[in-house]
Design a protein around this ligand. Structure first.
Ligand code: PSU
Ligand code: MN
Length: 310
């Protein structure tokens, strides 16, 4: 067996050499979270938002057995168009690479890849969590346990109401994961900027969030942080509009016996259909908003590391 097949995209390699900040991006959101062609458009816009902040984006995926840290434009396009890409979480990553397969990385697998590449910040839309009815199904995303063990700050817009958000916050607390709401006390609820739940922690600047992650490192604590960044208010969808739609999607999933890793993609697709695309417009606004915050945190972390080294 030779070394791990890992490849940096051209712009990522250049950023590494120059010590410039990099933000990781997942690819499951592209292949299993949004329909083509909007998925490609969003993936490009999110990368551009990060570049506009003077930071380098690194979209992560496995292509024919190689772990890619950053995709060239044509690779991104091919991935967004392919219909039979595997969804890779922690359990699937090595097996896919060993067999020369192609797959999109979830939050958990993207964190693993980011850590390998020395990338400390990662932007996405929503994380996986504890599903409703988990007391029977035991369906708890590996994303939560990844946050407990892999030192990457993940910027998301909170958790979707397809999840049991209360239980998701409880598991994160048990696992010792800091959950930080950006600029507000309320835990944001993905399509809505606020929820009835209070976030465990609140911070108001990217610098503070960067210092917290840096301090975890100094304390020798494993694991990352979840930053819950509220959707911009002009893009939000009221929770009461979505509640019956989510209930419908959930009922359809149960009726069709959807299980395991198929659950999250099924619910996302069903909600897209049932809202006639409105869920996607909001999703796009919040992912871009998260990319901008992640870029600011990554820049702060690079300055902190430089100060410490000088
Ligand atoms: N939640 C979203 N959008 C997404 C996902 C979750 O609002 O695209 C994707 C992410 O890649 C996340 C994964 O890591 O689904 C979680 O899947 P599971 O619940 O099977 O762990
Ligand atoms: Mn699951």
């Amino acid at each position: 067996m030779t070394a791990l097949p890992l490849l940096h995209a051209t712009e990522v390699a250049a950023a590494r050499t120059a010590g410039r900040p990099i933000v990781a991006l997942e690819s499951t959101i592209i292949t299993h979270g949004m329909p083509y062609p909007q998925n490609l458009d969003v993936a490009r816009k999110v990368e551009d938002d990060i570049r506009a902040a003077g930071v380098t984006p690194a979209t992560i995926a496995v292509l024919e057995g190689t772990l890619h840290i950053g995709l060239e434009p044509e690779q991104l396009e091919t991935l967004a168009q392919s219909k039979s890409v595997a969804k890779l979480s922690r359990a699937d990553l090595a097996a896919c690479m060993a067999s020369g397969g192609t797959g999109a990385t979830t939050v958990a697998a993207t964190m693993i890849a980011a850590r390998l590449a020395g990338i400390e910040v990662f932007a996405t839309g929503g994380i996986g969590g504890v599903h409703r009815g988990a007391e029977n199904s035991f369906d708890i995303s590996a994303d939560l346990m990844e946050l407990a063990q892999t030192p990457v700050t993940v910027v998301a817009a909170g958790a979707k109401a397809i999840l049991d958000v209360d239980k998701t916050l409880e598991v994160l607390e048990t696992q010792g994961v800091p959950v930080i709401a950006m600029g507000q006390d309320s835990f944001p609820a993905f399509w809505s900027a606020t929820s009835p739940l209070k976030a465990p922690l609140r911070m108001d600047t990217a610098a503070e969030i960067a210092r917290a992650q840096y301090t975890r490192g100094l304390l020798g604590l494993p694991g990352g942080q979840l930053v819950a960044n509220p959707i911009p208010v002009d893009a939000e969808i009221p929770a009461k509009t979505l509640a019956p739609i989510i209930a419908q999607a959930q009922a359809d999933a149960t009726r069709h016996g959807i299980r395991g890793k198929a659950v999250t993609p099924y619910l996302l697709q069903r909600i897209f259909e049932l809202t006639e695309g409105r869920s996607l417009t909001a999703n796009i606004a919040l992912v871009r908003n998260n990319a901008r915050l992640a870029a600011a945190i990554a820049s702060e972390l690079v300055s902190l590391t430089r100060e410490a080294g000088s």
